[in-house]
Design a protein around this ligand. Structure first.
Ligand code: NAD
Length: 508
């Protein structure tokens, strides 16, 4: 049963449905309309209604934003801020996020379809990321390097410059924070381009950064499609770094176009993440975590445990229980009490998930839960899809190898530890994986052998701001979070000083 409507909080950059104007681009310290005056309808994925109207920027807007970021970096006051001042700005952003926690949770829920509770978890996680980099900002000013007498040698860290940041629709606030917080800590300027279908909390975070004292031109925001508003960030010679989170195909395109100007590229791409279950675990607990790993945020999570690899001895009991509980998951609007799975983000995305499921059936995989849209007429206008479990899967299948990015989990069988490791590594990706066993040695061995950027032992999903996140293989390049996450936004410079220069006469 639906509860009363929760409406989108109002903000100057969000226009009412039906409006023909919007000022949602933030360039050089001003909220602006797109140069060509275009707008875009942002839809609520739970019922396809228009949630808000925002500006639809294009190449000229992005070029203006790059110019503003360049000016702010090359000649603005930002260059003269100290690292501890930038740390205080980050601390203020964290405080403001907590002040507006409820409002932001509702925005993220309505825009992406996730539950308000999940939106709140995102705000708390993001707050911690800002606090972590606030603390780190002034902790490492460089080092003196061992040098012969008469020479002083030091390595200092400097900001990379103008950073382009392109983010996806599944975690709009969180993915931006992972880039923005270390970039500010290191003293960069930036142009942000969120996914065109979920721009709301990105606007909000930019607003909070301004309130926290980030000077004009340091944080710029363009909205619009990838090819129009996003592409200049990888192409333009005045952008020094492009950091992208999104799909493999787009990532490849961005890397290729960034090669032209040899800019630094950071990529956080997809995953098809193994979750390996040995037979010595408590079945109830392992099934419980397997459900969360696969179906949290309706499986639209880059690190989703979408590929279960279950020991033969427990396979049947495990999958029977998994299917039973998957069928019982409450689907609905993310704003309604008790809902656990919201809609998929768009009609196009649901169509892709449905096509992947149909392919899986053609390949011979068997559905034991879900595999279709919910019957509930109240959900018929939204982009809902039921949590789906496939058994009789093997590694050659497309449904096992290709990221679906929806509420779909496949189950393969294994017999030996070596087989489990081989299957877990049999992927083009390498973002994350889980292993469940009560044998400590086995847990350590498997964790060491998996070629993935994060491995959870007897858990699935948590991350810490202080621990690096990123992918092996085609899951990406570089790391976000942790110390390496700050290094992405710094150049190391060696300064060598001769304290008593005398002629060397090398050339007589
Ligand atoms: P996507 O690649 O379609 O789009 C991501 C962003 O790129 C959007 O802002 C889009 O507008 C922009 N874009 C598209 N074409 C572009 C171009 N030519 N130039 C510049 N920008 C362009 O991805 P998506 O569908 O929004 O997100 C889902 C994908 O993101 C999944 O594959 C998921 O695994 C991945 N993801 C990875 C992580 C991670 O941490 N590794 C986190 C979240 C999501």
């Amino acid at each position: 049963m639906n509860q009363p409507d929760v409406s989108l909080p109002t903000a100057p950059y969000l226009s009412e449905p039906g409006a023909s104007e919007a000022t949602s681009l933030y360039i050089d310290g001003q909220w602006r309309a797109a140069r060509n005056g275009r707008v875009r309808e942002v839809l609520n994925p739970a019922d396809a209604s228009v949630l808000t109207i925002v500006s639809e920027g294009g190449r000229p807007d992005t070029e203006a934003a790059i110019a503003a970021a360049r000016r702010a970096f090359d000649t603005g006051e930002w260059r003269r801020t100290t690292a501890d001042e930038r740390g205080r700005v980050l601390e203020r952003i964290a405080d403001l996020l907590q002040r507006d926690r409820e409002e932001i949770s509702v925005m993220e829920s309505l825009d992406t379809g996730k539950t308000i509770e999940e939106g709140g978890i995102d705000v708390d996680d993001v707050t911690n990321v800002f606090r972590y980099y606030a603390g780190l900002a002034d902790k490492d000013a460089g080092r003196v390097v061992s040098a012969p007498e008469g020479v002083h040698s030091k390595v200092v860290y400097e900001p990379v410059g103008v950073c382009g940041m392109i983010t996806p629709w599944n975690y709009p606030l969180l993915q931006l924070a992972w880039k923005m917080a270390p970039a500010i800590a290191a003293g960069n300027t930036m142009v942000i381009k969120p996914s065109e279908i979920t721009p709301v909390t990105t606007c909000k975070l930019v607003e909070l950064a301004t309130e926290a004292g980030v000077p004009a031109g340091v944080v710029n925001l363009v909205l619009g499609s990838g090819p129009d508003a996003g592409a200049p960030l990888s192409e333009h010679r005045d952008v020094d770094l492009v950091s992208f989170t999104g799909g493999l195909v787009t990532g490849r395109r961005i890397m290729a176009s960034a090669a032209e100007t040899v800019k630094t590229v950071a990529l956080e791409l997809g995953g098809k993440n193994p979750n390996i279950i040995f037979p010595d675990v408590d079945l109830d607990t392992a099934v419980d975590y397997a459900l969360s790993a696969a179906f949290f945020h309706s499986g639209q999570v880059c690190s989703a445990g979408a590929r279960l690899i279950v020991h033969n001895d427990i396979h049947d009991a495990f999958t029977t229980e998994l299917a039973r509980r998957a069928e019982a998951i409450r689907i609905g609007r993310g704003q309604d009490e008790g809902v656990r799975c919201g809609p998929l983000v768009s009609a196009e995305h649901r169509a892709k998930v449905e096509a992947a499921v149909a392919r899986g059936v053609e390949e011979g995989a068997r559905i034991i839960a879900g595999g279709k849209r919910p019957d509930d007429p109240e959900l018929s206008r939204g982009y809902f899809y039921r949590p789906t479990v496939f058994v009789d899967c093997d590694r050659s299948m497309d449904i096992v190898q290709t990221e679906v990015f929806g509420p779909v989990v496949t189950v393969e069988r294994f017999e030996t530890e070596a087989q489990a490791i081989e299957l877990g590594n049999d992927t083009d990706y390498g973002l994350s994986g889980g292993v469940w066993t009560n044998d400590t040695g086995r847990g350590e061995r498997v964790a060491a052998a998996l070629r993935h950027g994060t491995v959870w032992v007897n858990d699935y999903g948590p991350y810490f701001p202080g621990a690096e996140w990123g992918g092996y293989g085609r899951s990406g390049i570089g790391r976000e979070l942790g110390l390496a996450g700050l290094d992405e936004y710094r150049e190391a410079k060696h300064i060598y000083r001769n304290l008593a220069p005398e002629p060397q006469r090398w050339f007589g």
